[in-house]
Design a protein around this ligand. Sequence first.
Ligand code: ATP
Length: 409
Amino acid sequence: MVKKAKSPVTYAKMKGIVSYFTALIKDKKLRSSHPIYHHFYHSRMDFLRPEGSLSDDDRATAVCYSNPVREEPQSQVSAGDFDYLKVIGTGSFGKVFLATHRENGKYYAVKVLQKHIILTRKEERNVMCEHRVLLKTLNHPFLVKLHFSFQTKERLYLVLDYACGGELFYHLQREGVFGEARARFYAAEMACALGYLHSLKIVYRDLKPENILLDSAGHVVLTDFGLCKEGMSGRGTTRTFCGTPEYLAPEVLLQEEYDRTVDWWGLGAVLHEMLYGLPPFYNADRLEMLRNIIYQPLALKAGVSSAARDLLKRLLNRDRAKRLGAKRDLIELQSHAFFSPIQWDELVAKKIQPPYVPVLSGPGDLTNIDPRFTELPVPHSLGACEDHGANFPGFTFINENILSLTRGH
Ligand code: ATP
């Protein structure tokens, strides 16, 4: 199990970057002609952009939502409608807060993005892209749900379901490894979510511990559609890359052509960590780990079933054309022996009892959130009723399907 130091800047997000790049620069074994070297120094990392509907051309076109929306409604929901209680996570452009809606009393996770950071890094289009994917994926049981989004002069607000079970890997860190039945359940729910995204021509591409949450019943909730990492130049994307190289497919690391199968590699990496306590190819030396991901044969120790090992081998196949899922995507995974105990229809209907139910005192429980987040101060200005900013047109959204501003709904 890799110790993931949680801090306001999260696992390796800041600290690792400098040392990692320094190591890369100094590493004499990495010649400038090496693809990794090239990747770091010459790439705008546009490969981190989901395919299909998320192209630049598409961004420029009018947004077409698949769910009923009211665009730019006049002050229907605003920053001042919420009480911001605690910090529950941090990200590239701001923080995520536990908040309650003053009128309906419900708890939400409110992701607050600082506009000045987005604008300074010229990431406004990518943020709008994240927003758009959230709008397209409102109806999947294992993807985080967007309720509202709005903006003030200084900030963007995404009001999401609060996944109060915390990060899956918060639990894994505490337990070391999961038994196979538990790992299978989580992997199956993640696979369903990824397969659904693929059906929408979206590659999640960034399956990593921080983005896999549990809801109050113990079901998986994938959050952060990786969109703040799209086509990033410079620090932002580099941070993403450096923070979690252990989950990235070799073709992504090498900036080769990639497709949706990068997500099946990611699932293999996460499943490996659940079963063995460490990501595959792990090495404390991150440069060595990168080399391992790209070149080292996968060695799977005994201790897990042959079905699990076979699945890992197939998911962690460096040849993406031969990787499980390359031909028929999710269907190929569903018919693998490791998943034979899973009733997929029941799983998606959330009819299978999760193997672990978070112990919670209520919907706003913070027990499963790392104290290093919850101890951070909550800025008073969050709920200030400033003038509505308009430099992110199309951002304002109310989910009509789940709109329930009346207490008790
Ligand atoms: P990154 O810089 O990693 O891309 P980000 O700015 O996109 O981060 P998120 O990854 O969406 O931000 O959120 C940061 C953290 O906040 C997550 O790792 C998670 O711990 C927490 N978090 C996000 N959404 C929720 C949610 N709906 N419920 C509970 N916690 C959440």
